[in-house]
Design a protein around this ligand. Sequence first.
Ligand code: DP6
Length: 359
Amino acid sequence: MKEQDFIPAHCDAVIEKGKVTYRSPSNIALVKYWGKKEHQIPANPSVSFTLDSCATTTSISYARLDSKGDDYSFELLFEGKPKEDFKPKIKIFLSRIEKYLPFIKQYHFIIETSNSFPHSSGIASSASGMSALALCVMHIEKQLRPEMTTTFFNQKASFLARLGSGSACRSVEGSLVQWGKHDTKGSSDLFGIKYPYKVHSIFQNYHDTILLVDKGQKQVSSTVGHDLMHNHPFAEQRFAQAHQNLTELKSVFERGDLEVFIKIVESEALTLHAMMMTSMPYFILMKPNTLEIINKIWAFREQSKTHLCFTLDAGANVHVLYPESEKVEVHEFIQNELVRYCENGQYISDRTGSGAKRI
Ligand code: DP6
């Protein structure tokens, strides 16, 4: 698929009004996307687990205008209340997707959105939020072009979500999604694909307990962080490493090799933060408690012979990943030894999920 394939040749049908709702989950990258070209074209391929509980639910009520407006016509409600400060982001998103959805100035939209996780949890809502929004607008296009296949629908929803936020393109389907051109069959820089090879049953229902170490606003946004990969002294090696890790994961996923899985996932997390610490300007998003938790995880893994591991996003929170078969032991460890490092003892129990759903 090429970018042009997402520009509709026609949108003949006329729909006066309607309403659609999607619930779209967040995702956690195993191989990280960090560095991009224009329009969220990734500098390297990435792969993520789609989550289940952490999600955004978005409804769009749409009503056809008498004539096509000069500007986008929409209202925005966040958790039931008008939210003016979210509007510029939505406007930018609409301007990026208009080329692919030429009907959007023909409608007035009421967008209502809410998150399953607390707003001030330090969990980014851009992946779940942008994918939910992309799915809702795709539903409208589907009304206008009913012949569209499900494969195309999902690909284009992911393509549009990417234009809002890169990692959002990995939130449409589940439970393992790859995004970015690589040897992997069917992979593309334009949208995420369901991982096309065999995945061992150990990765089914994989757990992700998100330890909320710091619920504050990030000092450096992901967008700024991605930019700092331009002219970064280690950029080329890092991008090559992501390719290599993705190649190695193929047999890890197939055989259920948790030893190698842990090495790759933890190395990816630390490399992401190493890139931040070695960019110019440099910055640190981990907090002292992030490191306390990492050390505790290493000690517990050694002593218990379980297979939990950690990963990090662009923030201080720690995602603890472990198989379903070890959940009892790991829960007990988290309760007894890790919760004390969380802000107000807060954490979120999540697991892999099957992707966005229309509700
Ligand atoms: C560290 O998708 O938030 O979570 O494309 O600028 O919106 P933009 O960035 P974003 O970057 C996510 C970076 C990451 C790693 C990952 O999810 O792969």
